[in-house]
Design a protein around this ligand. Structure first.
Ligand code: 7RM
Length: 671
């Protein structure tokens, strides 16, 4: 599968040997200039214009961001202190200012654009709805009033566990309207994961649905919610339940309320609560290198300002665009580029409920054609899996409305990039490969499409104001082409995370704990090429990206270890052509190692167990059993050895210190 540049998907994978990557990057010589027709009408039209923006930001970053925040947002009261680093790394932005995020996403568009479609919805079964800004405003106000009627107010946490329907966005904006803090939990997470998140945030309310449509099946959200709430979760007073699938569910009197009944007779006007710039807009739990996901806390003003700016810089958003981001609302991509970015921009956003392969592998292209999508933003894993079905599915649909394509979530291998470019973009649409994280809030490194020449597999250059760098172990900048290091951002920016909910130390240590502070550590490794372009190699910590979903190896290990038949477990990622990575688990069983026949059965049981503990996305693809795990003298699991074993490549580590070398054979499945 090597492309003309000789680069394979594998080499792009996490923690591939640095020299393999260097070779591949140095030999990828394809270049794609912004089409003149695109540049001429773009918001940023040339390299010079991009450079001027960057220079202005570098000369005086605080003044740059302050100007941007004034331009992008409606302020109820202007801010007085653009940036405060006196409590570093607990930085604050736009102090003294008051605003409301839902006002910025709705009310300010009503004067000129009330009847413009805000949300264009298509359910998996094919039901379509057009919701105007005026109608969305009414829905948000009504639901905000329903939250208030149940005592929810400023600073209260509300967990949203919903299918991909417009009401998920309505619930988010309703929280923002009254200053409640939402925490959206991905609908693919299990009741156990939901419970942990409810408890960590002490949520007062949960918003869910009877179910959702996905992959031709009904996802039973309310049932999962009931099971989560059956233990602990004492903070939850109300569960709002949207009718979506009509599936039979049970309602607990006093606690559970149907969405429509909760808002019956309530006004469709609701005064926005003006909050401080730094008031938390949301928490979003994400995996790190410990067993416990962290509640990433975002601000109101700084977050929205940069998200709105990136809609212009990266997506070149215009009034006539139909913008479609295929992410789930439960991930940060859905927060920033389904809900807040498009709506703050007054754009029309398509929300699609279901799977890409229902009724067939042409569903994405059919959606693009029927809704005249102009900007299409998706994940490399989705592109790779649709590529496998061939070109005929895309050929059957009219993709002429598309003008810009984007990717996010993991490195894209040049082969998939080229397919996206040719088969979907008809060699006409620039591709923006966008690097960012839950923690960064908005896109940080990506081509500005009218200005930057792209190279397949590179996210190119940092956006204006973003001081991205690659450093060695001492924090020194690495500029030599082909030398990898830690990806960092050298100064704070407004949409950065503000906290890890309830854990200031984890925030400080994880993100700012090295290189003398003031330097944000992303947890990724990267290289720069001769042109200064960034090439992301993968994570430098124990975080996996499986089909674009972020998971921690430790989380999966602790789920496995909680099973009565498991004594110990180690999980590593194995590069995969379609999914990016798959989960490979090494398990030390309690008692004797299972016979080959019994192993199959135990593995099915463990996979089901992990699905129940975390969610189906966390199921190990492969499980191997051994009498013990390989450890260093200090007792650390030798993960690099396990990764080599999972890949099936020759072992390069010294295994002579292992107490029992026979273990390696067991782990390799040979004895
Ligand atoms: C937006 C999102 C973050 C991690 C990040 C990287 C990886 C994201 C790209 C990428 C290569 C990209 N948030 N990542 N985008 N790697 N190229 N364009 O995905 O918090 O879920 O994950 O995803 O490893 O650290 S996330």
């Amino acid at each position: 599968m090597a492309g003309p540049g000789g680069m394979t998907g594998d080499m792009e994978g996490r923690q591939a040997a640095p020299d393999e990557n260097i070779d591949s990057i140095l030999t990828e010589d394809r270049r794609f200039q912004p089409p003149a027709s695109f540049s001429s009408g773009a918001r940023v039209r040339s390299l010079a214009e991009y450079q001027a923006l960057r220079d202005a930001a570098d000369r005086d970053p605080v003044a740059f961001w302050a100007g941007l925040a004034r331009a992008e947002l409606h302020w109820h009261k202007p801010f007085t202190t653009a940036f405060d680093d006196s409590r570093a790394p607990y930085y604050t932005w736009f102090g003294g200012g008051l605003l409301n995020v839902s006002y910025n996403c709705l009310d300010r568009h009503l004067a000129g654009n009330a009847e413009k479609t805000a949300i264009l919805f298509e359910g998996e079964p094919g039901d379509v709805r057009h919701i105007s800004y005026a109608e969305l405003h009414r829905q948000v106000c009504r639901f905000a009033n329903a939250l208030k009627a149940r005592g929810i107010g400023l600073g209260d946490r509300v967990v949203i566990y919903m299918p991909m329907v417009p009401e998920a966005v309505v619930a988010m904006l309703a929280c923002a309207r009254i200053g409640a803090i939402h925490s959206v939990v991905f609908g693919g997470f299990s009741s156990g994961s939901l419970r942990n998140r409810i408890e960590d945030a002490s949520a007062r309310a949960v918003v869910t649905a009877d179910g959702g449509h996905r992959g031709g099946k009904v996802i039973e959200l309310k049932a999962a919610c009931d099971s989560a709430l059956s233990e602990g979760c004492k903070s939850v007073e109300t569960v709002f339940v949207l009718r979506r699938t009509g599936s039979p569910i049970s309602m607990q009197p006093g606690r559970d309320l149907w969405w429509d009944e909760a808002e019956a007779n309530l006004a469709d006007q609701c005064e926005p609560v003006w909050v401080d710039s730094e008031h938390p807009l949301f928490l979003l739990y994400t995996s790190g290198s410990t067993g416990k996901p962290k509640g990433i806390q975002h601000s109101s003003a700084g977050y929205l300002a940069v998200v709105a700016a990136t809609m212009k810089w990266v997506f070149d958003i215009r009034d006539s665009d139909i913008f479609w981001c295929t992410a789930d609302i439960g991930w940060v991509t859905g927060h920033s580029y389904i809900a807040y970015g498009p709506l703050a921009s007054g754009a029309t956003v398509l929300i699609y409920e279901g799977a890409p392969t229902v009724p067939d592998a042409g569903r994405f292209w059919s959606n693009c054609a029927r809704h005249r999508v102009t900007i299409f933003y998706t994940a490399p894993t989705a592109i790779r899996s649709l590529m496998k079905f061939g070109e005929s599915f895309a050929a059957r649909h009219d993709l002429s409305s598309l003008r810009l394509l984007g990717t996010v979530g993991e490195p894209i291998n040049p082969e998939a990039w080229m397919w996206f470019h040719r088969v979907i973009g008809h060699e006409r649409c620039p591709i923006v490969d966008t690097w960012w994280q839950t923690e960064t809030g908005a896109i940080m490194i990506a081509p500005v499409p009218g200005a930057i020449t792209t190279k397949p597999g590179s996210c190119t250059l940092p956006l204006p104001g973003i001081d991205a760098d690659i450093v060695d172990a001492e924090g020194n900048s690495i500029t030599d082409p082909g030398h990898g290091g830690e990806l960092v951002i050298r100064r704070p920016w407004p949409s950065m995370l503000r906290a890890v909910w309830g854990n200031d130390k984890r925030y400080r240590d994880t993100y700012w704990g090295k290189f003398g502070g003031h330097c944000y550590i992303a947890g990724d490794t990267a290289h720069r090429d001769r042109d200064g372009y960034f090439w992301i190699l993968g994570r430098s910590d124990d975080v996996l990206k499986v089909s674009g979903h972020r998971l921690g190896t430790m989380e999966i290990e602790s789920a496995l270890a909680a099973h009565p038949r498991v004594a110990e477990a180690a999980v590593v990622g194995k590069p995969d052509e379609t999914k990016g990575e798959t989960i490979f688990a090494f398990v030390v069983p309690r008692g004797a190692r299972p016979t080959p026949e019994a192993a199959g059965e135990l593995s099915s049981e463990l996979r089901a167990w992990v699905a129940q503990q975390i969610g189906p996305i966390a199921k190990p693809e492969q499980i191997r059993y051994a009498d013990s795990l390989p450890k260093t003298r200090s007792g650390k699991i030798m993960r690099r050895l396990l990764r080599d074993i999972a890949r099936g490549v020759p072992i390069t580590q010294d295994t002579s210190t292992l107490e029992n070398e026979e273990i390696v054979k067991q782990l390799q499945g040979e004895s």
